[in-house]
Design a protein around this ligand. Structure first.
Ligand SMILES: NC(=O)c1ccc[n+]([C@@H]2O[C@H](COP(=O)([O-])OP(=O)(O)OC[C@H]3O[C@@H](n4cnc5c(N)ncnc54)[C@H](O)[C@@H]3O)[C@@H](O)[C@H]2O)c1
Length: 386
């Protein structure tokens, strides 16, 4: 089988994970890395033995050998770069959130309608954890009955101090939302994938706990500690926290909170679905374990086990039970699903896929906007209002 040739644009924090996952999947061949910081791209290309290195998207897109481009740049560049990739006739795998606003994500969804052969995926990677895929199938098969409630959180602490800074603080780069768009969207994606239903109404309390921050003169990498003593004090317009009541089209209700200022919480994404027969609860920090709550019998601790995985989930569970799998493996599963979709000649909108599509990412963008609108207007907001 001929390997697909792949390029990455954006060699920062998440770019590293794309490099690793592409190499682990094996079907694609990482052929080029591009970054506006050429030295960074070059150092990564040298470290991983990647053949080509570019300093702009235009150079990467002009490379006729490249079939697929991963967009790992900051959010303000997703629209411009994804559009160029699609128009160049290449497949695109974009980072999330898909855009700064739902107007931007809609523009990409509309453009894709003119390119039916383009395979376009978005990196909502948590859904591809082996136990999440297994649990999705268990819930669909009726194991916990009808889902009544969905609740949980995504908590981090990397922006706790006023000296913590990153491009995500600024609306120009991040868009209408920071915390909800960046991490709340991952939680909402999980909630929708697990229940097979859509969130259609939200009521939010959004909080800017640190109204000013010390912006350093230099760049601070994602999740890095800022040590720069030269700073200017800036006003903050994006939320540090959101607490959100939610309603699903299935009739289920729930609540989630997301925070980037919860000391000690790193990537604490936790979700529980309470059904009419039983409950499931999962936390990605212990992602090989699933708790099942029962009413009339003892509760159960389910361990990821490829031999017991339900339906199509078996293909996402690689190691024997007892050898932990985690975030990197979910990431690899996401790309595995994406690249098999291309190589099997499947078509977006016609064939089902497990990875997130641009349409799903646009829906999550609309939900993010609905949360921000609700927080501002202090009322329930229906999705069709945004
Ligand atoms: N799926 C996930 O779980 C996940 C996790 C982290 C980040 N992300 C997303 O990935 C994106 C990037 O985030 P990050 O934390 O890696 O950011 P980052 O700042 O660490 O890296 C971004 C890289 O893009 C490069 N870049 C900037 N402008 C460019 C341009 N015009 N052309 C080429 N390269 C350019 C920068 O030099 C930098 O190396 C964001 O949209 C973020 O939301 C997703």
């Amino acid at each position: 089988m001929q390997k697909l040739k792949v390029g990455i644009i954006g060699a920062g924090y998440i770019g590293d994970s794309h490099i690793e996952a592409i190499r682990r999947v094996g079907l694609p061949e990482l052929t080029a890395i591009a970054d506006v910081n050429y030295n960074l791209a070059k150092s990564k290309a040298d470290a991983f033995g990647v053949e080509k290195c570019y300093k702009s998207l235009d150079d990467l897109v002009a490379d006729e050998e490249i079939n697929v481009i991963h967009n790992c740049t900051p959010t303000h560049l997703h629209l411009e770069i994804n559009e160029k990739i699609i128009k160049a006739g290449k497949h695109v795998f974009s980072e999330k959130p898909l855009g700064r606003t739902s107007a931007e994500s809609l523009q990409m969804v509309e453009l894709l309608k003119k390119y039916p052969d383009t395979v376009a995926g978005v990196n909502f990677c948590y859904r591809m954890n082996a136990l999440i895929q297994d649990t999705k199938n268990r819930i669909a098969s009726g194991e916990i009955g009808k889902p009544y409630l969905v609740h949980g959180s995504y908590l981090q602490d990397w922006l706790l101090f006023e000296t913590d800074y990153n491009w995500r603080i600024e609306p120009e780069y991040t868009g209408v939302s920071r915390c909800v768009g960046d991490i709340g969207s991952h939680w909402m994606d999980l909630a929708q994938v697990l229940t097979g239903s859509k969130i259609v109404e939200v009521c939010a309390n959004t909080v800017i706990a640190l109204p000013t921050r010390k912006k350093p003169a230099g760049v601070v990498e994602t999740f890095a500690v800022n040590t720069d003593q030269n700073y200017t004090e800036v006003n903050v317009e994006t939320e540090d926290y959101a607490g959100v009541l939610i309603k699903f089209d299935s009739g289920a209700s729930g609540v989630f909170q997301c925070s980037e200022i919860s000391a000690g919480r790193k990537c604490f994404i936790d979700i529980e679905i309470d059904g009419s027969k039983a409950s499931f609860q999962w936390n990605q920090q212990t992602s090989d374990q699933m708790w099942k709550g029962n009413r009339n019998s003892n509760n159960e601790q389910i361990m990821r086990n490829p031999n017991l995985a339900l339906g199509g989930a078996k293909k996402y569970s690689h190691l024997a039970a007892g050898h932990p799998e985690g975030w990197n493996d979910a990431f690899k599963n996401n790309l595995d699903a994406y690249y098999h979709f291309i190589l099997d000649g499947k078509k977006m909108g016609k064939d089902p896929c497990d990875f997130a599509t641009f349409e799903e990412a646009h829906y999550l963008m609309r939900l993010t906007e609905a949360v921000i609108k609700s927080g501002k207007e202090k009322r329930w907001v229906k999705l069709d209002e945004v």
